[in-house]
Design a protein around this ligand. Structure first.
Ligand SMILES: [Zn+2]
Length: 383
């Protein structure tokens, strides 16, 4: 079921998928000494047996193993999540380079190096992240002899200038240099960004709208129609600019990570000052929760707080409690309800006609019974 394919075959196969990043590993064992030039599939099968029988995985962990001759042995189905780097597996493409590239052992060179550079460049050119296993693990993988910065620099420059033959003894099949990218027109940029976002367009639009609704991007809402056009492109560019990301309009790793962290921040429950005041009021009036405890003044409107707040004293023109009325007047002022004199309420703890009038208007706005009595439902509505 596994097969040996060339880098060209691999890249054309990858065009059918939309992997979000590439993971680079070394196998450590087997290493170069185990490869005899024709046993790639056997070695791959050996790794699968180990992953399935010893580690208990459903299948071999990686999508491909890059052999020392620059060809690839296929592994896990490309459409399946790999067992690669914990926390980063979803949507990732996992490549194991056969060898032990810790200093003093195998050397990444020749066709094998050529293929990994091309593969990494394929991902980088799509704006996808190239992740070394060791970035998120205590391992040295893919080997201490491979410096990430140097590697990425080689990826960046791959095909731009001929590499000196002395550093690469077996470059017989070096590809012709790819032309430098031309400046794209806006339409072209949108078209490639649209292709890039693919089926994630709706998700992107929804997430941008969450951020816009939270008031963090001063922009009109997007229509959530899964259609990536100028408006989606513009808004993504705007967000990228605001958060110091590369403004390429591509919904890639960095943008996704930033957007997710903004939304996480938005969704974090915020300590509500008003709830804190209500909690303090309950405590001052010695209203205890079900367990006969005072409330923690934390601004968190949980069940204990609700239990106490609905037991705050009923206030009306007929009966009132000084601290409670003071709260009601302050709160109605904050919410901009006016007395029957058309003015903000005087916070005097005296439940008179103006307070009754403002409370009645407030009750109407909350679709509560407009009885000008602050009872259970009105108290709860203040949370
Ligand atoms: Zn690894």
């Amino acid at each position: 079921m596994f097969e040996i394919i060339t880098i060209e075959q691999l890249l054309s196969k990858l065009n059918n998928y939309n992997h979000v990043e590439i993971h680079v590993h070394h196998t450590w064992k087997p290493d170069h000494t185990d490869f005899n030039g024709s046993n790639g599939l056997q070695l791959q099968q050996g790794m699968r047996n180990y992953h399935v029988n010893s580690l208990g995985w459903a299948d071999i962990g990686q999508h491909v193993t890059l052999l020392p001759d620059g060809k690839f042995a296929t592994g896990r189905d490309f459409g399946q999540t790999p067992a690669s780097i914990a926390g980063f597996n979803t949507g990732a493409f996992a490549c194991e380079m056969l060898g032990n590239f810790d200093i003093g052992n195998d050397v990444l060179e020749g066709n094998q190096k050529d293929s990994i550079l091309r593969l990494a460049k394929y991902f980088k050119d799509k704006g996808r992240y190239v992740r070394f296993h060791r970035e998120n693990s205590g391992k040295t993988c893919p080997g201490t002899s491979i410096d990430k910065t140097v590697f990425m620099n080689e990826v960046e420059n791959y095909g731009k200038e001929p590499v000196s033959p002395t550093t690469s003894p077996s470059r017989g099949n070096a590809p012709t240099p790819t032309p430098l990218p031309q400046e794209e027109s806006l339409a072209e940029k949108i078209a490639s960004a649209k292709k890039f976002v693919g089926t994630n367009c709706l998700q992107m639009q929804q997430k941008l709208n969450i951020i816009i609704r939270a008031g963090l991007l001063d922009l009109p809402l997007l229509s959530e129609d899964s259609d990536f056009g100028l408006k989606s492109f513009d808004k993504l560019i705007f967000l990228q600019g605001k958060y110091n990301l590369k403004q390429d309009g591509l919904y890639g790793d960095n943008s996704i990570a930033k957007i997710n962290s903004i939304i996480e921040e938005i969704n974090k429950p915020k300590a509500d000052e008003n709830v804190k005041v209500l909690q303090t009021l309950c405590n001052d009036l010695k209203i205890k929760d079900e367990d006969s405890h005072s409330l923690k003044v934390d601004g968190d409107a949980g069940t204990f707080t609700k239990y106490c707040v609905e037991r705050l004293p009923m206030c009306s023109k007929k009966q009132s409690q000084v601290l409670a009325v003071k709260y009601i007047q302050t709160r109605l002022n904050e919410l901009k309800f006016k007395g029957e004199n058309g003015l903000a309420l005087k916070v005097d703890s005296d439940f008179g006609n103006n307070t009754a009038h403002a409370l009645g208007d407030y009750q109407k706005s909350k679709k509560l019974v407009n009885d000008q009595v602050c009872g259970r439902n009105s108290w709860l509505s203040f949370i």
